[in-house]
Write a protein that binds this ligand. Sequence first.
Ligand SMILES: CC(C)(COP(=O)(O)OP(=O)(O)OC[C@H]1O[C@@H](n2cnc3c(N)ncnc32)[C@H](O)[C@@H]1OP(=O)(O)O)[C@@H](O)C(=O)NCCC(=O)NCCS
Length: 355
Amino acid sequence: MSTDESPTQNPRGPQPELTDGTIILRPWRDSDIPAALAGHDETIAHWLGSGEVAPSAAAQRAAVERWRAGWAAGPEVASFVVEHEGEVVGSVEVRVVEGRSEGPGGATGELSWTLYAGHRRRGYATRAVRLLIDYALDDHGLGLSRVRARVEPGNEASLRVATRSGLRREGVERVARGTGDRPETTEYVVLARLVDDPPLSDPTHFRTLLNSFLPRKRGIAQMLLRDLQGRVLLCQLTYKQDWDLPGGVVEVGESPRLAVGREVEEELGLEIEPGALLLTDWLPPWSGWDDAICLVFDGGVHDAAIVERIVRQEREIRSVAFLTPEEVRARATDFTARRIEAALAGDRGYTESGR
Ligand SMILES: CC(C)(COP(=O)(O)OP(=O)(O)OC[C@H]1O[C@@H](n2cnc3c(N)ncnc32)[C@H](O)[C@@H]1OP(=O)(O)O)[C@@H](O)C(=O)NCCC(=O)NCCS
């Protein structure tokens, strides 16, 4: 006997059919099982972390029964077949994972999607996920307030599907090895859409979406202060052995020029108007730090006695001194010494690790 039309206690009634005019999302039928089995391939097995390329017919049947029972029991899971011109081309699912107790209005659903072999790269996944998201966030659908997807950073096709469907990148979730979908999974990119995010057609949506996944590079701003003998002011920091120019990380939304003035005031108690930009130095990733762009501003030429006016921020700065080029070489790391020499030369413009 077919269980295609099992009775439902779901307050939303039977699982609906959804369409955008090109594809249809509809509940699973027993007759979909052969197509689902035939559609599984290495790509699906790889990203879903299943040991075998295709599930057995019994396992697929059990999954279909679980999805059907899941819908019938309440609005916890909605799994749909993706159909195009009468053919089964994939499946999509949303599962309520957080906020059930606060009522549907506060709930988050987790999305997942699979397009079967031979049907990919025709835009069906994007269409299906968009339809599913609209349904999940609609008051007359599942009425969720947030839908999210967790996608491995290397799964480029899925990251594209997510962003094309209006999911905004929120961050990276780390997972202990052996606890993710695949034995080697260590990270998931978390992408989500909220019920009150602007519609996909709105220009603000496009900008905020793009902004959410474009890279953010770290900015560092430093100041080159010289004395009348041509020596350079360096600081010995409390948290590292070597000496460096005064300055620090540019805060989110802060101008590098303001940042360098702020840092010099915080670290040394000196109010110095930053002068011209002497050097842009790219710092490659190093010892656990991400790469960064370091901007060196001119802090002018001062009487060496300025050192006596310095009020050190003791938590960060151990000592401060004007150093000769030889002393800089001896006390700073190679790349810092190269950066200082390039900044002193004044005509290099741009360097990478001081070269
Ligand atoms: C991810 C998947 C569903 C994409 O299906 P699809 O039908 O090819 O997707 P679409 O045709 O809608 O394409 C969406 C975008 O991804 C891009 N894309 C598709 N396959 C790609 C690939 N292998 N590499 C890079 N980009 C790819 C498409 O070009 C398109 O981008 P565009 O609109 O900017 O051109 C399919 O590859 C799949 O089933 N993968 C295995 C299962 C999986 O990873 N599930 C996700 C678990 S969260």
